[in-house]
Design a binder for this molecule. Structure first.
Ligand code: PLP
Length: 419
């Protein structure tokens, strides 16, 4: 099938953007680095690095506890970052944003705090073969613990979710919970999340959307989406590892018991009884990764200044550039949709006769960083009937030259392995 190309040019001044990312001027094996592993983690702009360094150099102190200037400044920046994230997602208030270390912790928070009180024996949990292990294993384990049943939804040959199966699963009854990804990290396919959420909610289910690959790459509006929970990681959107959030409406969080217990999440402690802090701190036990959260706030500022719609368009431009060129290479199999209507800049492929790890190693010699493996998507790999794929994934700082180097690296790998 021939691929369709949409965006004819990038709306971004990529040269200017690249100048903000010190690591992009590094060389690897004597060649300029072409960093194409953004679905795994993103690089960080100077603005984020500086915002974090400023805390350490200027006013570092633990948050919420001190009544001296350092602590008050750090607390203000930490809570300011929460306000920024709330605005970025169009949340109704900052109380709807609970900071966590990553999307994985966010899913586990929901599975423990909401799931264990609400999902009972005989209930059904709907999930999909596109899920990252982070949005499948917690539900699988919960189902095992309480005697619930997991119902899996498949994909079609292009990697799109089988809507017929999804509808049938909901019609089958007893569906208490739906755990779906917004965007597949393995195939780059974007699910019709708003429609799926509406359908699931109409069937009486509670819905969690894993937006780890969506929030960094397109405008996500939690009020428009209408889900019950949404999670994402900061490190995939220019922020440091250790930052991320769970979004839920206040009323939902209010009804849930805490996830972790200890300092900062309490209101009053006595031997007989402990009461919980207000939202969102009820879910933020112990010293938060406050510098990482402040870095996340700076990343949100950066992304908003560039513009999420432009970033999305740029990634589609690169994907539209690379897909036909990849398709022209004999022996290359591309997984996922070949059109740009419902995908982001994640391109998974295999080179016939060469293991993905060998492909990635040859790429490394060319200075091209891609991911080879199952991408924490073993359910998807089983469906595709491959042990692994090679995955290139783009972000706002990638260029068509880097895409050309990707194609060149495939040619180099083919030559080395004589295929
Ligand atoms: C779709 C999706 N969900 C969840 C995760 C887990 O993210 P983290 O490892 O930051 O918790 C990832 C990471 O690759 C992902 O791509």
């Amino acid at each position: 099938m021939a691929v369709s190309v949409r965006a004819a040019a990038t709306p971004l001044d990529v040269g200017r953007i690249r100048a903000d990312f010190p690591i992009l001027s590094r060389k690897v094996h004597g060649k300029p680095v072409a960093y194409l592993d953004n679905a795994a983690t993103s690089q960080k702009p100077r603005q984020v690095i500086d915002a974090m360094s400023r805390v350490f150099e200027d006013h570092n102190a633990n948050i919420h506890r001190g009544v001296y200037e350092f602590s008050e400044t750090t607390t203000a920046e930490f809570e300011g970052a929460r306000e920024k994230v709330a605005r970025f997602l169009n949340a109704a208030s900052a109380r709807e944003i609970v900071f966590v270390r990553n999307a994985t912790e966010g899913v586990n928070l929901v599975a423990y705090s909401w799931g264990r009180d609400n999902i009972k024996a005989g209930d059904r949990i709907v999930s999909t073969v596109l899920e990252h292990h982070s949005n499948f294993v917690p539900w699988q384990q919960l189902a095992k613990d309480v005697g619930a049943e997991i119902v899996m939804i498949d994909i079609d040959d292009d990697g799109r979710l089988r809507r017929d199966q999804f509808t049938a699963a909901l019609k089958g009854g007893r569906v208490k919970f739906v755990a779906i990804t917004y965007t597949s990290n393995g195939l780059g396919v974007v699910l019709p999340a708003k429609e799926l959420v509406a359908e699931a909610k109409a069937a009486g289910a509670t819905v969690l959307v894993d937006a780890a690959q969506a929030v960094p790459h397109q405008k996500v509006d939690v009020r428009d989406l209408g889900a019950d929970f949404l999670v994402f990681s900061g490190h995939k959107m220019l922020a440091p590892p250790g930052s991320g959030a769970v979004w839920a409406p206040e009323a939902t969080f209010e009804r849930m018991r805490p996830f972790l217990y200890g300092g900062d999440m309490i209101m009053k402690v006595s031997v007989e009884k402990t009461t919980w802090n207000e939202l969102p701190w009820k879910f933020e036990a112990g010293t938060s990764s406050y510098v990482d959260a402040i870095g996340l706030g700076a990343a949100v500022d950066y992304l908003e200044a560039v513009g999420m719609d432009k970033i999305h368009e740029h990634e589609l431009f690169l994907t539209g550039y690379v897909l036909p060129r990849l398709e022209d290479v004999p022996g290359v199999t591309i997984y996922g949709p070949k059109t740009l209507d419902d995908r982001v800049g994640v391109v998974s492929f295999n080179v016939e006769g060469v293991h993905p790890h060998d492909v990635a190693q040859i790429f490394d010699r060319e200075g091209v960083c891609v991911r080879a493996g199952h991408h924490c998507n073993q359910l998807l790999m089983a469906k595709l009937d491959v042990p692994a794929t090679t995955r290139a994934s783009f972000y706002l700082y990638n260029t068509t030259e880097e895409c050309d180097r990707l194609i060149g690296a495939i040619q180099a790998a083919k030559k080395v392995f004589g295929v």
